[in-house]
Design a protein around this ligand. Structure first.
Ligand SMILES: [Zn+2]
Ligand SMILES: [Zn+2]
Length: 278
C-alpha cells in the first residue's frame, strides 16, 4: 500500500506567519524517503471555494481571498482534502500533508495564529459527501489549543478531537477532550500522556481514519518549547501508525502544524515518511 506525500512548491521561499520559511529545503531533503517504491509525491490542487464555503462564512472566505497567504492556505487545505479522499477510496494507506497558513486555529468565521483556513473541516465534509457517513479522530499534538477544530466539530459526535494543550476539559458529549500538558515536559512523559489519554479513547471510538495535527513547536528552543527533543516526533508517528493499523486499517493522515525550526522539520519529516511507508 502507498504512502502519499503532499507538497506544493509555493510552500517554500516565503516567510509564512509564525512558521517562517521552514520548508525552504523541501521536498529535496526528503529525496531518499521519496525514492522508496511505496511512497508517492503529490502536488495538491487548491481547495475549491465551493467546498471552503461549506465550512467557513462568506465574509471569512472573502477576507481570505484578499490575503497574501491565500494561495498557500488553499493548496494546504487542498492537500488535506485530496489525501483524505485517496485514503478512504483505498488508493493510499496513509499520508504526510505539508501545510502553511492553514490548520487548527481557523474557526468558521475567524482565525489567528498563522492558520487562516480549516484543513479538517473541508476534508471531512468532502469525504462524507463522496463516501457517506464517516467517523474521524483528530489528534492534536501542537503546543496550542486547536480552537478552530473544536469550533467546527463541537456538535459533531462523529468526530473525536483529543487536543494536548494548556488545560483539562471535556465537552461535546465526551468526544471533545483537552489534556493539560505540563511545562517542562519530556519525550517519555508526553508519550505516556498520549498512551493514557488518546489511545484508549480512539480505540473505543473506532474511527474510519485518524488525522494528526503534528506541531513541532513543542521542541527545545522553538517558540512553544516544553523540552521535547526532535527524536520524539518520529517516535510519536510510529506509535499512532501502529494504533491506526489496529483500529482503522492503517488509515492515518499526518498534517504539519506549528514549529519554526527548519532543522527540526528537515530531521523529522523525512523520518516520518519512512515510518509511514514501513
Ligand atoms: Zn502551535
Ligand atoms: Zn485544547
Amino acid at each position: 500500500m502507498t504512502t502519499g506525500v503532499f507538497f506544493h512548491e509555493t510552500f517554500k521561499g516565503k516567510e509564512w506567519l509564525i512558521i517562517g520559511d521552514k520548508f525552504r529545503n523541501f521536498p529535496g531533503v526528503m529525496k531518499n524517503a521519496l525514492k522508496l517504491p511505496q511512497v508517492k509525491l503529490f502536488s495538491p490542487e487548491k481547495v475549491s471555494e465551493e467546498l471552503l464555503l461549506k465550512i467557513h462564512t462568506p465574509e471569512f472566505v472573502q477576507n481570505l481571498n484578499q490575503a497574501w497567504y491565500c494561495d498557500g492556505a488553499c493548496y494546504s487545505v487542498g492537500g488535506c482534502v485530496e489525501a483524505t479522499e485517496r485514503i478512504l477510496s483505498g488508493e493510499l494507506k496513509n499520508a504526510l500533508v505539508f501545510t502553511v497558513a492553514a490548520g487548527h486555529h481557523a474557526e468558521r468565521d475567524s482565525a489567528w495564529g498563522g492558520t487562516y483556513a480549516s484543513c479538517a473541516g473541508p476534508a471531512f465534509k468532502n469525504a462524507r459527501e463522496k463516501f457517506g457517513p464517516k467517523r474521524f479522530a483528530i489528534l492534536d499534538t501542537d503546543r496550542h489549543h486547536g480552537n478552530g477544530t473544536r469550533d467546527i466539530f463541537l456538535d459533531d459526535d462523529d468526530v473525536l478531537h483529543v487536543c494536548f494543550c494548556n488545560w483539562d476539559r471535556i465537552e461535546g458529549n465526551g468526544s471533545k477532550v483537552c489534556i493539560n500538558i505540563a511545562y517542562p515536559n519530556t519525550d517519555k512523559a508526553y508519550m505516556e500522556k498520549v498512551r493514557q489519554e488518546f489511545i484508549p479513547r480512539v480505540k473505543e471510538f473506532k474511527p474510519h481514519m485518524i488525522l494528526h495535527n503534528l506541531g513541532h513547536d513543542t521542541c527545545q528552543l522553538d517558540y512553544g518549547d516544553i523540552g521535547l527533543t526532535q527524536e520524539f516526533y518520529p517516535w510519536l508517528v510510529k506509535e499512532i501508525r501502529e494504533c491506526a493499523e489496529e483500529i482503522c486499517r492503517g488509515r492515518y493522515v499526518v498534517l504539519t502544524h506549528g514549529g519554526k525550526r527548519a532543522d527540526v522539520a528537515e530531521y523529522i519529516f523525512p523520518a516520518i515518511v519512512v515510518i509511514l511507508a514501513r
